[in-house]
Design a protein around this ligand. Structure first.
Ligand code: GLP
Length: 241
């Protein structure tokens, strides 16, 4: 794992965006695994700026997002489809048909999981997977558990995640209890992984994930087994590393 330590969120976002931009420039048809949450927003903003400046072209990029809430329509303000449109897709030239996010409104959720796995396997491998990390160590919505699924699956969110994500909703009761998430299989098979972490409240889980034992109780600790992880963090998040 390579650690990229930045003074603050803005610097971290720029450093991570530089890596992503370099990968897209080297391989215009990159398959990009994307994450939601507050951690990658600054990076998306920077990538958008470079697109506007004519430095980046997303027209041949394909994207696969990690997860989506069950029961939120694509235009719901807190759906991850809406998040991606608002924070990235609406501002760059990636064709919408090149973007993939699980459908949390699917009537048959298992069929949707199977469909999503086919989308991912159709790409072979994800070239570059962007990740954030939950306070409980989740990646995507792969929550701590006795066993983890390799493929896309429906997950019951933990209380810790519901509470952490309630900041985006009017109240905690509005946070969906379930989500669809890419499994750990395609994440760990990605050629390269970028993990972003910012703020003091991420310091302990980052230390647990990268200095502690590899355990399903901290799903991000599986990243210790991956040969090509770039961890981008600000001083606060990396304080215990
Ligand atoms: C959510 C997402 C994750 C994300 C995590 C951390 O639960 N499903 O993909 O990494 O939260 O979010 P944040 O970056 O806002 O701390």
């Amino acid at each position: 794992m390579k650690i990229h330590r930045s003074a603050d969120y803005e610097a971290m976002s720029r450093q991570a965006a530089l890596l992503v931009a370099g990968q897209i420039s080297a391989r215009p048809d990159l398959v990009l695994g994307l994450a939601t949450g507050s951690s990658p927003v600054g990076m998306y903003r920077q990538l958008t700026e470079w697109y506007r400046d004519g430095i980046l072209d997303f027209s041949h990029v394909h994207s696969v997002n990690l997860d989506e809430y069950v029961g939120l329509s694509p235009d719901h303000p807190q759906s991850y489809r809406r998040f991606m449109q608002d924070n990235l897709f609406n501002h760059i030239n990636i064709p919408v048909e090149n973007t993939n996010i699980p459908n949390g409104m699917a009537e048959d959720l298992q069929a949707e999981c199977d469909r999503y796995d086919k989308v991912i396997s159709g790409f072979g491998r994800i070239d570059l997977q962007i990740l954030g990390i939950g306070l409980d160590g989740h990646i995507g919505f792969n929550e701590p558990a006795g066993a983890l699924s390799a493929g896309t699956h429906v997950v019951d969110l933990t209380e810790s995640t519901i509470e952490a994500n309630s900041r985006f909703f009017e109240e905690a009761s509005q946070v969906p209890r379930r989500a669809l998430t890419m499994g750990v299989g395609p994440i760990l098979q990605a050629r390269r992984i970028v993990l972003l972490a910012s703020g003091r409240d991420k310091a302990q889980i980052i230390a647990d994930a990268f200095l502690g034992p590899v355990t399903l109780q901290v799903p991000a600790s599986l990243l210790q087994l991956h040969p090509h992880v770039d961890l981008f963090g600000d001083e606060a998040a990396l304080a215990l590393l």
